[in-house]
Design a protein around this ligand. Structure first.
Ligand SMILES: [Zn+2]
Ligand SMILES: [Zn+2]
Length: 393
């Protein structure tokens, strides 16, 4: 069966490259994936499937094998990022300031390829494959949560959900995964420190919010270094500070944005409380006022151990044990986490840089991100094989 799948995957690789280039050239931001969703639905219809729209710009379709088997769900995300592409390639983004810089064009293309392979093999397996093309992975509240709310995990309910993500750190031909907790929770922080502005030469008449904000930024790190269990990773980063005064003008307020991430849901809630207490208390101690808004983002991502073990074994059979890499935890977040909290799920990484290091080395979320498109042969084929294994064909 592996040989057969590899043959089908090789046969469609060139066509998939064209699909990926079309999607790459026409990126759409989170929750605005109207053209992408229509394109995906058309591709599925052309295969003889009956796609349905869900959560506005999401698409779901079923591939029915022989009756009587379980259901396995496969997920791809479709949204792009607000980044101006700097690659000079024929398929460069045609939309200013919007770019597929996280490889979601590859995920969408790969799942279409997987669908084509499984559809060709549908007389050879028992059960149902649920294809999930979700919107808005990059933006809270996350398209995955909206799709789940809209019922994507019901009728039929899958026994497991598989998700694949590009990974520039690994060459094409290798895949990576980790059992158990793999990725972090991520919450957005919005702080407004209010004082009283005035002439920079007369601090005694003003209440300088810049100094208060500076104290808050420094002191908040003690939540990570002193309050957190040192064995539990946490990250607190502030990436935006606006204090719109001048050399001689103290502003009325300072605005700060940041992120808090960790790998423990209980500590996540405690850290929120500490942070609030620290910001408000420290500002008050200096006569100022601080409002902290915490926008709760994605939960931690857990790869269910049994499903992940089966997936790992199936991967080794397809690419060879030496090409299955065990990954470390990391503190990026991913809305596939919602699937992982709803039931058994496994999120794995697909190597996308060229083996010679010439292409696909830039990190995701950068203006020069790209992939070695030969990954469009392994990505769909591997996922088709993993699905068949999970269905117990
Ligand atoms: Zn991303
Ligand atoms: Zn992504």
């Amino acid at each position: 069966m592996i040989a057969k799948i590899k043959q089908l995957a090789a046969a469609q690789a060139a066509a998939l490259s064209a699909v990926r280039r079309h999607l790459h050239a026409h990126p759409e931001l989170s929750f605005q994936e109207t053209e992408t969703a229509a394109f995906v639905a058309q591709q599925l219809t052309d295969m003889g499937l009956q796609p349905q729209r869900m959560a506005d710009t999401g698409v779901v379709a079923l591939i029915e094998g022989r009756p009587g088997g379980p259901t396995v769900a496969l997920r791809a995300d479709m949204d792009a990022l607000p980044i101006q592409e700097l690659n000079e390639v024929s398929y460069k983004s045609t939309r200013p300031g919007v770019m597929h810089a996280c490889g979601h064009d590859v995920h969408t293309t790969s799942l279409l390829g997987t669908a084509r392979i499984l559809n060709q093999l549908k007389n050879e397996f028992r059960g149902t494959v649920k294809l999930i093309f979700q919107p808005g992975e990059e933006t809270i509240p996350g398209g995955a949560s909206l799709m789940i709310k809209a019922g994507v995990l019901e009728n039929p309910a899958p026994r497991g959900v598989l998700g694949q993500h590009v990974f520039p750190k690994l060459p094409v031909g290798q895949v990576g995964l980790r059992s158990g907790r793999y990725m972090a929770s991520a919450d957005e922080l919005y702080l407004t420190v209010r004082g009283r502005g005035g002439h920079g030469a007369m601090p005694e008449l003003n209440l300088d919010p810049v100094l208060v904000a500076a104290h808050i930024i420094v002191a908040a790190q003690q939540i990570v270094s002193r309050r957190a269990n040192p064995k539990m990773p946490s990250v607190l980063s502030f990436g935006k500070i606006i204090a719109n005064g001048a050399t001689n003008v103290i502003p009325d307020s300072v605005y700060i944005e940041g992120t808090f991430r960790t790998l423990d849901e209980k500590w996540r809630d405690e850290a929120h409380r500490h942070l609030r207490q620290l910001c408000e208390g420290l500002a008050a101690s200096m006569g100022a006022n601080c409002e902290l808004e915490i926008r709760r983002g994605y939960p931690c991502l857990d790869n269910e151990p049994a499903l992940t073990a089966r997936t790992r074994a199936a991967m080794a059979a397809y690419v060879g044990e030496e090409n299955v890499i065990d990954l470390d935890q990391w503190l990026a977040a991913e809305d596939f986490a919602y699937f992982s909290q709803a039931g058994p799920a496994c999120f794995y990484r697909l190597g996308t840089r060229s083996a010679d290091g010439q292409r696909g080395t830039a990190s995701v979320h950068t203006p020069t991100f790209d992939v070695d498109e030969t990954c469009l042969e392994l990505g769909p084929g591997l996922m088709a094989w993993l699905t068949l294994q999970e269905l117990g064909h």
